[in-house]
Design a protein around this ligand. Structure first.
Ligand SMILES: Cc1ncc(COP(=O)(O)O)c(C=O)c1O
Length: 415
């Protein structure tokens, strides 16, 4: 059964606004629209339970219960234990805190592998930490033509001294989906821990984190139809191994050890509401109400991917077939997986990317030109980072009408 797009779009109030009826949103990798379940939960929280949580009085107890429930629901969705789920203000803050914590464990003689395919959030703090403690940083570099990472090259960088690997599940520029399970297997073979940035992957498929076996898996809920929070799963005993980063008396609380800031109660409490949307979609597409949340997530992820994969090749063909454009990343869906993240960046060779982005916006295609904080991958591809690239990123609620609008605008602007 294909994804019912009319039903999907009815769950996103943003589509009712004038702007989004007459224009098409292609900046999803920057932040997605929120589903009505998220918006309603926030309104209800601020109306009914905007008090300090976890006291005995009604509104406070309800607030605390809702926060706990968010963690439990996300743990179920991702296939991990509740104690392994940590919320933080953003993925960048979560990686910063993680890097601080790893800094106490690493030192001279240890090696850290980072990639140049990452968004800066997933390597900057780790690179700085390694420099500070005297650990060696090895860079797993992308191919200068394709921007892709090669696993054989990764294997050649591993050594018994490798203690930590950071990598993206999917790139926010070239849309490559890396084989995380294979990479974690190799890294664990030498005893290294692996941090995976799933920010560009999770909006397209709710990851089975247990199957990937990453020690840390991070993503940003505000790009996944939910609230502005970072979610971080810390597994395989690592949470206890890393030194506490919170107040000393909070060391025994798994949800607090890596959250030095006081949590945003409302956002944490409402973070799970998007999973009600996922369950609703599951049931609307033939699933049973009694199915486990992980089952619903897997089914809905397949529906999302099918919808995206039916549209992605149209944009890839339109861009790769032009002489005046350099498409970054794969020009087709992956031959084996049949997927490619619909995060499609390109360099315009005759016009400034900023001018092209602005011309597309004038034609109702909501996009931008930027380095998207992925300066190292752009640099590796030989792109002038100051000029940036244009990016068209979409998700499962994007329809053929949106793609047609983008294709017409590209014809008009690029010739
Ligand atoms: C791939 C990727 N990783 C990490 C981040 C940082 O996430 P946050 O904004 O939650 O700090 C972003 C943000 O755009 C991103 O695209």
């Amino acid at each position: 059964m294909p994804l019912d797009l009319t039903f999907v779009r009815s769950q996103f109030p943003a589509f009712a606004s004038m702007d989004n009826n007459e224009q098409s949103f292609f900046e999803n990798a920057g932040g997605s629209f929120a589903c009505s379940q998220t918006i309603d939960a926030l309104t209800a929280y601020y109306t009914d339970t905007k008090v300090q949580p976890y006291s005995e009085f009604g509104s406070s107890a309800r607030a605390g219960n809702q926060m706990d429930r968010s963690r439990e629901r996300w743990a179920e969705a991702l296939g991990v234990a509740t104690d392994e789920v940590v919320f933080g203000p953003s993925t960048s803050m979560n990686t910063y805190v993680l890097a601080e914590a790893f800094g106490s464990l690493l030192g001279a003689g240890d090696e850290v592998i980072v990639t140049n395919q990452d968004h800066e959030a997933n390597t900057g703090a780790v690179r700085r930490m390694a420099d500070r403690v005297g650990a060696t940083v090895k860079e797993w570099r992308t191919d200068p033509d394709t921007g892709l990472l090669d696993i054989d090259q990764f294997a050649s960088l591993l050594s018994p001294a490798t203690k930590l690997v950071t990598m993206p599940h999917a790139s926010n520029i070239v849309g490559q989906e890396n084989d995380v399970a294979k990479i974690t297997g190799l890294a664990h073979g030498v005893g290294a821990r692996v941090i995976v940035d799933g920010v560009s992957f999770a909006p397209h498929s709710i990851p089975d984190v247990a199957a990937l076996d990453a020690d840390v898996y991070l993503f940003s809920l505000y790009k996944t139809y939910s609230v502005h929070q970072g979610l971080m799963v810390v597994r395989n005993g690592l949470l206890d191994e890393l030194p506490n980063q919170a107040h000393f008396f909070n060391a025994g609380y798994p949800d607090k050890r890596l959250s030095p800031a006081g949590p945003d109660h409302a956002q944490v409490a409402c973070a799970g509401a998007v999973l009600d949307y996922v369950e609703l979609l599951h049931v609307a597409h033939g699933g049973s109400e009694g199915d486990a949340l992980r089952v619903a997530c897997a089914n809905v992820s397949s529906l999302w991917r099918e919808q995206e994969d039916s549209l992605t090749p149209q944009l890839l063909d339109a861009l790769s077939g032009r002489d005046n454009v350099r498409l970054l990343g794969p020009a087709s869906l992956d031959a084996v997986s049949g997927h490619r993240c619909p995060t499609i960046a390109f360099l315009t060779l005759e016009q400034e990317p900023a001018v092209v982005a602005s011309s597309l916006v004038q034609r109702g295609v909501q996009t931008s030109a930027s380095d998207y904080y992925a300066v190292r991958v752009l640099d590796g591809l030989g792109v002038d980072v100051d000029r940036g690239v244009v990016r068209l990123s979409f998700v499962h609620y994007t329809g053929q009408t949106d793609i047609d609008r983008a294709l017409n605008a590209l014809d008009d602007v690029l010739g």
